[in-house]
Design a protein around this ligand. Structure first.
Ligand code: FAD
Length: 475
């Protein structure tokens, strides 16, 4: 039997979709059989090892992608191990003629892609890469002096001035899958799902990972929520935001698809602008990660290296992680995170501020917990946003802006609906009781919320201690 024709290989990473996928589109247009490859590399370099919630998501996303490829005549080849080694091995084992990728942005990832390119080219394999997961290449949005922006608003204005992004590419209706034989792993063998205990029930109830789930969320957002977005996005009970973040993180939807769909929506221009500005934060954070590759552990403002963080009390840290701090909005957010793998943006700010300022724990401790528990845990957004709250980041909230979780609750969850949803022990209380149960008469509280703990810190005193610590750091 004649050997199968030399294929082209598409190595997918943060772009687990068939529509608007420039690398896959180029492969299909090459009119050769296609191998679509994903490599799980647990080594921790160059990509940060995925947290547990992201691993759960990845399992289901890969399953959805494989099903979608099979419908089109191809399949997903899975390998497990050192990514560089595995990709080069697949190129050799299949006798590939070309490799197509969409670009990644961690410094180590870029370096790895460069090494793969050099070795593949030495072996006679052509390598091409594409911009796919961001609206602009990091470093492309510059001010009048040709410098990068360190502040978001002018960055966003410059982005808007550069005109609409390209139109999304349609999904190929058929993909000529390579018929040859090459070793692959079964999805289950990658060990991505939690076992003993399986804590993923709440995630499965909340999400449909994969491109179909992403499109469904987008449809729902554009039909039902976008009109309320600008006015209600800060209200956690309103559920007015898109919840597309995990789909964007895994590349099940592209920012180009999102941008054009929202731009075409039947909604006031100001609302669309507000949404597209949030999407632009993603590009801004990736720009920042490009100039600060150690963003996950090094303060952008190095004066914070001398910040006098408090010593961690394991019981208190566990109370924060499990939503038992006795501060209702913080607990509601942390329980939403634990049960669904996602937390509302306003509440992310409040829970992070509570850890960094009221408890005075190093922001890296909270960042790591979010990394492990968020389904949208993103190497640029998570680190940049934790540093934003800490005051150590670029264009950050100043350290002395300490979110008061009670005021935040009365402003953004006035009836305590969100609190009652996630902290049901407080549901029987009125709004004031839900916001500050410690002010409620003892008997009433015993009747309404006997199991709810007292606050682990005094909010007023700890705020002052945080401000004093900040002054000590500044000398
Ligand atoms: P929408 O309001 O519908 O926004 C649409 C998209 O724009 C989002 O999906 C997201 O990709 C992007 N976006 C929105 N807000 C921001 C923002 N402030 N910064 C960067 N991008 C934004 N976002 C992540 O995607 N991954 C993270 O790991 C992450 N960690 C965070 C940690 C902290 C402490 C804070 C304060 C924020 C964090 N965010 C993170 C940003 C933001 O909270 C989420 O992007 C948002 O809540 C996702 O919900 P959504 O898709 O409904 O957002």
């Amino acid at each position: 039997m004649a050997a199968p024709e030399a294929p082209v290989v598409v190595w997918l990473r943060d772009d687990l979709r068939v529509s608007d996928n420039p690398a896959l589109r180029e492969a299909v247009d090459a009119h050769r059989p296609v191998v679509v490859l994903y490599v799980l590399d647990d080594s921790g370099t160059p990509s940060r090892p995925l947290g547990a919630a992201s691993r759960w998501w990845l399992h289901h996303s890969l399953a959805a992608l494989d099903a979608s490829l099979r419908k089109r005549g191809a399949r997903l080849l899975l390998r497990h191990g050192d990514a560089e080694h595995e990709v080069l091995a697949v190129l050799r084992e299949t006798g590939a003629a070309a490799l197509m990728i969409n670009r990644r942005y961690l410094r180590g990832e870029r370096e790895q892609d460069d090494r793969v390119r050099r070795t593949a080219q030495q072996d006679g394999v052509a390598v091409t890469d594409h911009l796919a997961s961001l609206l602009h290449e990091p470093g492309d949005v510059l001010n009048g002096d040709g410098e990068r922006f360190s502040v978001f608003s002018p960055f966003n204005r410059a982005l808007l001035r550069s005109g609409p992004p390209r139109q999304p590419l349609p999904a190929p209706s058929a993909i000529d899958g390579w018929p040859g034989d090459v070793r692959g792993e079964a999805l289950d063998a990658l060990g991505l799902l939690p076992t003993a205990p399986d804590w993923s029930g709440g995630l499965a109830e909340t999400w449909l990972p994969g491109e179909k789930g992403a499109q469904r969320r987008l449809d729902e957002f554009v039909h039902d929520r976008i009109g309320r977005y600008a006015a209600e996005r800060d209200r956690p009970a309103a559920e007015a935001s898109s919840r597309l973040s995990p789909h964007l993180k895994f590349g099940e939807i592209s920012p180009y698809q999102l941008w054009h769909r929202v731009q075409a929506a039947d909604a006031p221009e100001a609302v669309k602008e507000k949404f597209l500005a949030e999407l632009a934060w993603r590009d801004f954070d990736y720009d920042l990660l490009d100039t600060h590759p150690d963003l996950d552990h090094v303060n952008v403002h190095r004066e914070f290296d001398a910040f006098p963080w408090a010593e961690v009390d394991d019981d208190v840290l566990r109370a924060w992680q499990q939503g038992r701090t006795g501060v209702p909005l913080v607990d509601a957010g942390m329980r939403q995170l634990w049960q669904t793998g996602w937390m509302h943006n306003r509440v992310r700010m409040v829970t992070a501020s509570f850890l960094i300022k009221n408890l005075r724990y190093d922001w890296r401790i909270g960042e790591q917990w979010f990394w492990d528990t968020l389904v949208d845990a993103d190497p640029a957004n998570n680190t940049a946003q934790w540093q934003w709250v800490a005051g150590s980041g670029a264009d950050a909230a100043p350290y002395f802006r300490v979110f008061n979780p009670v005021l935040q609750a009365s402003k953004f969850d006035p009836a305590g609906e969100y609190i009652a949803r996630w902290v049901p022990e407080l549901a029987g209380l009125d709004a004031k009781g839900r916001h500050e149960p410690w002010t409620i008469d003892g008997d009433l509280l015993d009747g309404g919320a006997p199991d709810y703990p007292s606050p682990v810190v005094d909010l007023k005193r700890s705020r002052q201690e945080a401000l004093d610590a900040y002054q000590r750091m500044r000398g």
